[in-house]
Every structure is written in structure tokens, then in C-alpha cells.
Design a protein. Structure first.
Length: 400
């Protein structure tokens, strides 16, 4: 049991900084963030906050998938289908059912963008009623699976902002235990008034570009995105002589068990998740070369995560940065977006900048990477922490 190494052979991504892998990498290397005033959503908060928005309408997204005009795809499903297809294309997978293949997709928003648009008309407008079935979280997973032709195994994870990291973790475990040969894992979330209003109520949204780990951080920018990885057993990869982008080396999940929306002062859940991931990877803290931090730019998260990082790494904290200042916080998709960025870092032997940083948090005195920085990388650790205290860490290693 747990013999197979888990290789990553394909990636796909859509975010506010690019509609492809290449566009995302270009933006990261050239300090181009996707944070701007709201364009596509009719909301009273349009002039008050900034978001990471994908500047394509639902119609444009649907047309790129050649969907019929009477489809009932939510924005979440549309983004997910495009990103997952990109991942399959990079992995050169054509006969999807030649091997035991699964899909683990994650979302928080689900079909809420259509629900909030049509719910008042459901009783009187038959055209609106087609969106009832697209509301629940599993609908986008079903549509992605249908679009890709996956029939062996599908499931949906919704653990708030750690969702996609948990999808990666579950996919790796299914491969290691020999239950599946290949799993497409990731997450997708479209922007909706539901999430804008919810986070506005929590008073953790910034009216300016967010500044992770900065002493004067004001809050987060919401974003929308989708990203997926193709995980394959090492045995299958060698059998097919496929290119390996990276490996899923370790993973850990723990619960902070402190508060519904806040992290504990000492980051207990984050600390435990990182420790577990190191144990699974069978490496020491000093083996980590770079941390892609959760780094939401809220007063609570950055202080809590920073303390947890200090507990794990002591006085030798690896280089770290948060890429959420590029994309905004993409909720359930965040762990997959940042997995893609972590793998790009490994491939290119460079670290991406923590935008908008000026002053270290007094209690931490931790200074993130603020410029694109070249450095040999063997292990990258990526953190994803969610509401309800659900904390997850994934460690990626070089594809060798």
C-alpha cells in the first residue's frame, strides 16, 4: 500500500492574470496583477472594492466550449471545464478511459451566480428553472466530468479555501493506494454577489490592492479562477514515457478548531498541517526551499500563518511569498491556482514576488520575496487555509 509516487503530468489554469498557463507565468514574471474595479457583476459595492476578475462574459466562455444556447452551465462550471481541458491537453491524454481515471473538483460558490440572478423568477419563468439543478456544488463537477468523458470516479470537495488543496491530497492518496491510476484534481469558483456580500459583511475586504504580510494590510481582494492538475502514478508515467512536471511529495490536513472564520493566534491548524506534510514527504523543514503562503492579507490570517511558519521552521524560515496580490483570493480554487504557481517555480527555479509589501508585521518581522528571484528549488510548500478551521499543506518536488 502507498507505493506509487504521484507524478504531475498536466496543468490548466484560468485566472485574472491570464487564460492560459503561459499568460499566467508571463504576468507573474512581469509583476502584472489582475486586481481592478468590478466589471461583470451588478453590485452596489462596485466602486467600493477591487477584485481579481476574468474579463470574459459567460457567453464568451460558453462559446469557447461550443455549448448549445440553452445550456445551464454556471460560471463556476464554465471556468472549470476550460481549465480542466487545458490540463488534459498538456498531459497528452486522448483516450481518457484507457486507465482508471477520476475527477476530484472543488468549489465554494457552485452555481450561486445563476441562482442569485434567477431565483425571483423561478415560479413564473420556465427558462429560469433550468438553473435550479446547477446550483449545488456537485453540478460543476458533473459537467466537467461529462465534458472530459470521465466515468470511473468523481467527487466534489467543499472545505472553503482549502478545498483544492484537499482535492490534490485525496487524488494523491487514491493513486498511492492503487485505487486509481490517474486523477484530475483542482478547483473552480466564479465571482458572485453572494461571496462579495458575505466577505463584505465580515469586514475583511480591501478597497485597494491587497498587501499580504504587510504591517498596514487592510484585507483581501476576492478573485475568480479555475485550475486543475493531472496526477498519474509513477508506474503509469514510466510505462508511457511521459514528461513529469513535478511530484506531489507530501500533504497534511488539520483543523484549527478555533473559530468559524478566524484562525487561532498561534496558527495551530496551520502548524499541524505543515508538520504532517513534512512527515508524509519524509523530509526535514530545512529541505523546503520556498513557501507559497496562503497570505490573504487579512490582519488575522497573515499573523496566524506567520506564527505557524515560525513554529515549524524556527530561525531559518525559507524564502516565502503570497501570490494572492496577483489574482485575489480565489476561494476553493486557491489551492490549485497556487499549486500551479508552485510547480512553475520548481520548473523555472525561481520564486514569485509578494506584491505591495513595504513594512514587516511588527510581531513577526518576516520579509517575503518582493522580486522575481532565481534560486535552485527542490521542494516547494504551498499552504491553503479555509473557514471552519480546515488547514491544508501540499509539498511539491522536482520532476526527476
Amino acid at each position: 500500500m502507498f507505493q506509487n509516487r504521484v507524478a504531475i503530468t498536466g496543468m490548466g489554469i484560468m485566472s485574472s492574470i491570464g487564460n492560459t498557463l503561459e499568460e499566467n507565468l508571463f504576468a507573474l514574471l512581469n509583476y502584472k496583477n489582475g486586481i481592478a474595479p468590478i466589471v461583470n457583476i451588478e453590485t452596489r459595492h462596485r466602486g467600493d472594492i477591487k477584485v481579481g476578475e476574468i474579463l470574459q462574459t459567460n457567453k464568451q466562455l460558453a462559446d469557447s466550449l461550443d455549448l448549445p444556447k440553452d445550456h445551464n452551465y454556471s460560471r463556476t462550471a464554465l471556468l472549470g471545464c476550460i481549465a480542466a481541458k487545458q490540463a488534459l491537453d498538456q498531459a497528452n491524454i486522448e483516450a481518457i478511459n484507457m486507465f482508471r481515471t477520476g475527477l476530484i473538483s472543488s468549489t465554494s460558490v457552485g452555481g450561486m451566480d445563476m441562482t442569485e440572478k434567477h431565483f425571483q423568477n423561478y415560479n413564473t419563468n420556465s427558462e429560469s428553472r433550468k438553473f435550479i439543478s446547477s446550483h449545488h456544488a456537485g453540478d460543476s463537477t458533473d459537467k466537467i466530468a461529462e465534458h472530459l468523458g470521465i466515468t470511473d470516479y468523481t467527487t466534489t470537495i467543499s472545505t472553503a479555501c482549502s478545498s483544492a488543496a484537499n482535492a490534490i491530497m485525496l487524488g494523491a492518496r487514491l493513486i498511492k493506494s492503487g485505487q486509481l491510476d490517474r486523477v484530475i484534481v483542482g478547483g473552480t469558483d466564479g465571482l458572485a454577489k453572494f461571496t462579495i456580500n458575505g466577505f463584505k459583511t465580515l469586514m475583511i475586504l480591501s478597497d485597494t490592492d491587497c498587501a499580504p504580510f504587510d504591517a498596514n494590510r487592510k484585507g483581501l481582494n476576492l478573485g475568480e479562477a479555475a485550475a486543475y492538475l493531472v496526477l498519474e502514478s509513477d508506474t503509469l508515467v514510466k510505462q508511457q514515457n511521459k514528461e513529469i512536471l513535478a511530484y506531489v511529495a507530501g500533504y497534511g490536513n488539520a483543523n484549527d478548531a478555533f473559530h468559524q472564520t478566524a484562525s487561532s493566534a498561534n496558527g495551530d491548524g496551520a502548524y499541524l498541517a505543515m508538520q504532517k506534510a513534512l512527515t508524509v514527504a519524509n523530509i526535514q523543514p530545512q529541505d523546503i526551499n520556498y513557501i507559497n503562503a496562503h497570505g490573504t492579507a487579512t490582519p488575522n490570517n497573515d499573523l496566524s500563518e506567520g506564527r505557524a511558519i515560525k513554529r515549524v521552521f524556527g530561525n531559518t524560515i525559507p524564502d516565502f511569498s503570497s501570490t494572492k496580490a496577483f489574482t485575489g483570493h480565489t476561494l476553493a480554487a486557491a489551492g490549485a491556482i497556487e499549486a500551479v504557481y508552485s510547480i512553475l517555480a520548481l520548473q523555472k527555479n525561481l520564486m514569485f514576488p509578494n506584491l505591495n509589501f513595504n513594512t514587516a508585521i511588527p510581531e513577526l518581522q518576516m520579509v517575503p520575496i518582493t522580486k522575481v528571484t532565481e534560486k535552485p528549488l527542490d521542494y516547494v510548500l504551498s499552504n491553503s487555509f479555509g473557514f471552519g478551521g480546515n488547514c491544508s499543506t501540499i509539498i511539491f518536488s522536482k520532476g526527476q
